[in-house]
Design a protein around this ligand. Structure first.
Ligand SMILES: Cc1cc2nc3c(=O)[nH]c(=O)nc-3n(C[C@H](O)[C@H](O)[C@H](O)COP(=O)(O)OP(=O)(O)OC[C@H]3O[C@@H](n4cnc5c(N)ncnc54)[C@H](O)[C@@H]3O)c2cc1C
Length: 446
């Protein structure tokens, strides 16, 4: 599998992974395939995931700027077509408690407002007619150990007092009786407004809106490099060049090694793995009291997440391999299946039918960065959602568009700071390996 920490370039012409989403979402919308002739335009957006497509839509709709979008492979070939489809009010990995401590109440409130707008923005697009199998709303965060309930209760109380955001607190019995009989759940908190969708259909919907708006998306067109000439830029692609005033890098965890100095060595791509089981029978569902289609995540440092899909399959996810080379090793899918069975012992005989993984994009300070590259006249980027980008990447796309058009954006660390370089970037994988070991220890003993 492509490994962005090792490979200098991303190949074109790669199909979607053999995922459940690819099997139920139909064909991608029509795109312009493979750019073969030079172009001259105002803005080039590199990457057709949620970030790139949202930025393109907002440039077109809010500022009447028609960009050109180029994508190395297919629409949403990266994370946007591979994720678990949880729409959550979130902005990276930094907790609200840490934001309050590091930045103070006013900034934390502004960040919360951006998270709220991200979710509203996605629902706004869905309401324009995107059919992406929206499920019953609700996000359940389960305590994987009894002592984790204290942390969840503190989080609920902070959200309620700071933002008036009501969160239900559920005992183990309530979780088991009203939602699902997860043996690993020792209580939970439940947010009314998280929801599960089909992420690839959502991305296809964004692409349809771009087609309607007359924005060209060139698939199978990897950017090789960005060159500056005078006040302008030239994006060098495999077969042709695009001259432009501004460039947006929306390549997130799939950015090839050393692609551009504005982002090189400033993120850590980490594999998240998903399995999808065969459809559960009525007897299996009843045995697990699996009533809910809410999206579920636990309190582990190395989190597991799951949801029941519209056809009664279970999607179950967690960390994957460390390198691209080992990504397809069935060991990682098997590990998830065993964890699913520990949560739901009546599923002892269940098998998985799909497995795949994708590169989430970690930043050193656990927050996404949406920025004009330092010292550049016209290079912009947004990345580092730390596995929380279904809604926030869309908000980031909006704020990128504002920046490209010269509009002010809220003065918060997500928008006013550059990505932070990793110290000793060559050793990022060793750091990740050490964190996984710490996480295993913490999840068992702390
Ligand atoms: C397994 C998994 C589960 C997840 N689950 C959730 C979830 O439930 N909820 C949630 O909020 N988030 C989740 N995420 C994270 C979320 O999917 C991402 O944050 C989001 O999709 C990022 O969108 P993006 O457009 O920035 O990046 P991507 O969707 O990764 O798009 C980047 C695109 O850039 C292209 N590209 C790269 N280099 C070049 C180049 N040189 N030239 C041209 N194109 C290039 C790639 O091909 C890719 O299509 C999950 C991620 C994974 C992997």
């Amino acid at each position: 599998m492509y490994d962005p920490l090792i490979e200098q370039a991303i190949a074109s012409g790669q199909g979607y992974p053999d995922s459940y989403w690819a099997s139920v979402s139909g064909e991608p919308p029509v795109s312009k395939d493979r750019l073969t002739e030079d172009l001259d335009t105002d803005v080039v957006i590199i990457g057709a995931g949620y970030t790139g497509m949202s930025c393109a839509l907002h440039l077109q709709r809010d500022f009447n700027i028609t960009p050109v979008v180029i994508e190395a492979n297919q629409t949403a070939w990266g994370c946007s077509g591979r994720n678990a489809g949880f729409i959550l009010k979130s902005t990276g990995r930094k907790s609200w408690t840490q934001m309050q401590k590091h930045w103070g109440d006013p900034v934390m409130r502004m960040v919360y407002q951006e998270a709220v707008e991200g979710v509203e923005r996605v629902h706004g697009f869905i309401n324009e007619g995107i059919d992406c199998d929206v499920q019953q709303p609700g996000y359940i965060r389960i305590a994987h150990k009894p002592n984790k309930m204290r942390e969840l209760e503190a989080q609920a109380s902070l959200l309620s007092s700071m933002f008036g955001y009501h969160v239900d607190i559920l005992s183990r019995t309530q979780v088991h009786q009203q939602y699902m009989n997860d043996e690993n759940a020792h209580g939970a908190i439940r947010f009314e407004d998280g929801v599960g969708i089909n992420p690839l259909k959502l991305a296809f919907g964004y692409h349809d809106l771009l087609n309607k708006a007359g924005v060209d998306v060139y698939t199978n067109t990897p950017a090789v490099s960005i060159e500056q000439y005078g006040n302008r830029y030239r994006v060098i692609t495999e077969h042709a060049n695009i001259s432009c005033d501004k460039v947006v890098i929306a390549t997130n965890g799939y950015t090839p090694k050393g692609f551009d100095s504005s982002v090189a060595n400033k993120t850590l791509p980490v594999l998240s793995q998903i399995i999808v089981t065969e459809p559960l029978t009525e007897a299996q569902l009843q045995a697990c009291n699996f009533i809910t289609s809410n999206v579920v995540m636990d309190t582990r440092a190395l989190k597991y997440y799951y949801r029941k899909l519209p056809d009664n399959r279970i999607l179950f996810g967690g960390r994957g391999a460390i390198t691209g080379k080992s990504a397809d090793d069935p060991y990682y899918a098997e590990r998830l299946l065993q964890e699913l069975k520990r949560s739901f012992p009546p599923l002892a005989d269940v098998r998985y039918q799909y497995r795949w993984s994708g590169w989430i994009c970690m930043s050193l300070d656990d927050i996404p960065h949406i920025a004009q590259a330092e010292g550049s006249k016209g290079i912009f980027y947004a990345m580092g959602y730390c596995g929380n980008g279904v809604s926030f990447a869309v908000q980031a796309g909006k704020r990128l568009a504002d920046k490209v058009a010269g509009r002010a954006v809220p003065d918060i660390p997500l928008y006013n700071r550059q990505l932070v370089p990793f110290p000793m970037p060559a050793f990022r994988r060793i750091g990740q390996w050490a964190y996984f070991h710490y996480g295993k220890f913490a999840d068992q003993f702390l």
